[in-house]
Write a protein that binds this ligand. Structure first.
Ligand code: NAD
Length: 255
């Protein structure tokens, strides 16, 4: 089945984790994929994997927090593939700290990647898609829905992504652009991001067990659990969906 056949996608943070799984899955389902990330070696490996499977892909160097990078990245995608139909604003960083322990510099760094990056990516994608339509998918989190005392800056960034997505969705719908904008809210997924958080704790097994226990299904998610949701939002199967939240969290926020 080729659920996004003929479409062109850009996926940010596509060198690792959820972004990597998403780039591979979109390519498997027929999309041409721009793999956009700071990490070039890992990103080129994703491109090679797509090409080895018979797909088309391109590595695009991108720091999502820089507007000039976005201008260059979209121009590169349009020059190579001629159009843009799907933008997955996935790049993000985790940061642990309470309201008391988070410095203003740390706060601003998290917002610049997690929130400014999504704003700039959405703005650039709307400009590239407004003549023909498309789907924009923004990675929020369970942490954009409920609070965690140890994730002050991350909570704020992901809550911002959730409501910014609705604003952009309404603007596009009311402007007649045929661009849909939705947010995705994963629970804890076993990616390099969460592996990094685990590695920082003295008792890693106990930390992982504590994370697992937060999910009523009793385990963490895998990158593909989220990629399949993103594929649905990217495809025309979700054509009546905009300004919505796709929660994929093993029951974390159902409690
Ligand atoms: P990850 O750390 O495993 O991978 C993130 C990728 O983003 C890396 O390839 C990294 O190089 C890239 N990146 C980081 N900063 C960048 C920048 N400024 N410009 C371009 N690329 C940059 O992360 P992941 O777990 O795959 O998370 C992906 C997204 O999903 C993030 O937005 C994260 O907040 C969100 N999320 C993750 C989880 C989880 O449990 N893993 C849960 C909820 C939401």
């Amino acid at each position: 089945m080729a659920r996004v056949s003929g479409k062109v996608a850009i996926v940010t943070g596509a060198s690792l984790g959820i972004g990597r799984a998403t780039a591979l899955l979109l390519a498997r389902e027929g999309a041409k994929v721009a793999v956009a990330d700071l990490k070039e070696d890992e990103g080129r490996a994703v491109v090679s994997e797509i090409e080895a499977a018979g797909g088309e892909a391109l590595f695009v160097p991108l720091d999502v927090s820089r507007e000039d990078d976005w201008t260059r990245a979209i121009a590169t995608v349009l020059a190579r593939f001629g159009r843009l139909d799907i933008a997955v604003n996935n790049a993000g960083i985790a940061w642990s700290g309470t309201v008391e322990t988070t410095s203003l510099d740390d706060w601003r760094r998290v917002q610049s990647i997690n929130l400014d990056g999504v704003f700039l990516g959405t703005k650039a994608a709307v400009a590239a898609m407004k003549d023909h339509g498309g789907s924009i998918i923004n990675l929020s989190s369970i942490e954009g829905l409920v609070g965690d005392p140890t994730l002050a800056a991350y909570n704020a960034s992901k809550g911002g992504v959730r409501l910014f997505t609705k604003s952009a969705a309404l603007h596009c719908a009311r402007s007649g652009y045929r661009i849909r904008v939705n947010s995705v809210h994963p629970g804890y997924i076993w990616t390099p991001m969460v592996q990094g958080l685990t590695a920082e704790t003295p008792d890693q097994a106990a930390f992982r067990a504590r994370l697992e226990a937060l999910h009523p299904v009793g385990h963490l998610g895998e990158a593909n659990d989220i990629a399949f949701g993103i594929l649905y939002l990217a495809s025309d199967e979700s054509k009546f969906m905009t300004g919505s939240e796709l929660v994929i969290d093993g029951g974390y926020t159902a409690q």
